[in-house]
Ligand binder design. Sequence first.
Ligand code: GTP
Ligand code: MG
Length: 443
Amino acid sequence: MGHPGDTIVAPATPPGTGGIGVVRISGDKAEAIATTMLGSLPKPRYATHQTFRDARGDELDSGIALYFPAPASFTGESVLELHGHGGPVVMSMLVDAAVELGARLAEPGEFTKRAFLNDKLDLAQAEAVADLITSGTAQAARAALHSLTGAFSAAVDALGEKLVRLRMHVEAAIDFPEEEIDFLNDAQLLQRVDECSMAFEELQRNATIGRVLRDGYRVIIVGKPNAGKSSLMNRLSGEDTAIVTEVAGTTRDVLRERIDIDGLAVELVDTAGLREDPDRIEEEGIRRARKALASADAVLWIQDANEPLAKRIEEDIPDGAEIIVVRNKIDETGDAPGLVDDILYLSAKTGAGIDALHGRLRRSAGYRNLGEGAFTTRKRHIDALSRAAAHFDTGRKALEETRAGELLAEELRLAQEALGEITGAVSSDDLLGRIFSEFCIGK
Ligand SMILES: Nc1nc2c(ncn2[C@@H]2O[C@H](COP(=O)(O)OP(=O)(O)OP(=O)(O)O)[C@@H](O)[C@H]2O)c(=O)[nH]1
Ligand SMILES: [Mg+2]
């Protein structure tokens, strides 16, 4: 990454032709570049129609110029936006002119990074900028926007706040035993512990849904050769992506397809049939199938309904991934389509029972619980949150089992640190400041 003092420039609109193309310049030199390229500095935050010129005064384009003096801009630095005609040549001439005047080409994400460094956005919000831009469904876009406007960060901060209060309480008990109050037996303390527990659970639940909104719900189709895995993949995606034959062992690689079930983004993965005596190629396919399984949110375990019901899957299914048993080929057996005793009866061939499968997938994705307030999250956030929760649980046990206040305080500190990684916000001076101002200890 470059020096933060640099002035950076880049097209803000995608490459190619379009009605309008925007070049954005951010940094100390934005003002001087604006003055040279426009002839005068535009009134801040007003759209001004102007001719864009290079350092020698040659005309490059004309359009709307917008100037945002620091710190009231996206990056927190002075920003100049040139809205010109959207052609690649015009764009590169504008960028070259800015470079000639002392700017350098921006690195990927550098505008947003600067916004973070200048406290315009926290880390989770900065990530949401990218998630909003790349969102695959309208639902995901709305959720990313909520993260961008701080809904997720606020939830993380609210949990962090609860942890801080609990820790202040515990540390007071440790540091000032002469206060004659048994803090560790205090009903208020135990209540705070419970509140934190519940807040962790709720945030973890919502964050998991948020991860699915962003990445899509990963559904892995597994089963014996010829059960109809590839047929189901094609039926669900409406495409003929996977080869279907009556030969057992047709699929030998992992096939992925993105589908949209009423706004729920699903990444569907077809795999090689799992069996005992595969040939060399199939063996590699099975190895890949097992690897794909490790990242599953849900597993569709396809069985041929002509065969007896198998009840135990031998593969390793990751924690938390739901197994949905599917009995396929009911057009041959005459079973009724739909969900019976949590087993899904369908026919990939005729499409009977596919609606029920959609509903079942939405249910296991927790999709029906998505309120207006849903936000997007990333694996990084989920991981940090799980680490924070693990520290909290360890601390809680230490309190419950051995009344070990010191251990609880230390685990709470580690939990906060892990949470702070999400928004990029933790500082222990900050914590000390709060302890003394709120508790007035040492008066
Ligand atoms: N009657 C009937 N046949 C089906 C159905 N689904 C799949 N088949 C047939 O079953 C055979 C195997 O289907 P595939 O989709 O290739 O099965 P697969 O599980 O992907 O098989 P491998 O890739 O070899 O592991 C083909 O001949 C399909 O036409 C169904 O719902 N009804
Ligand atoms: Mg197949």
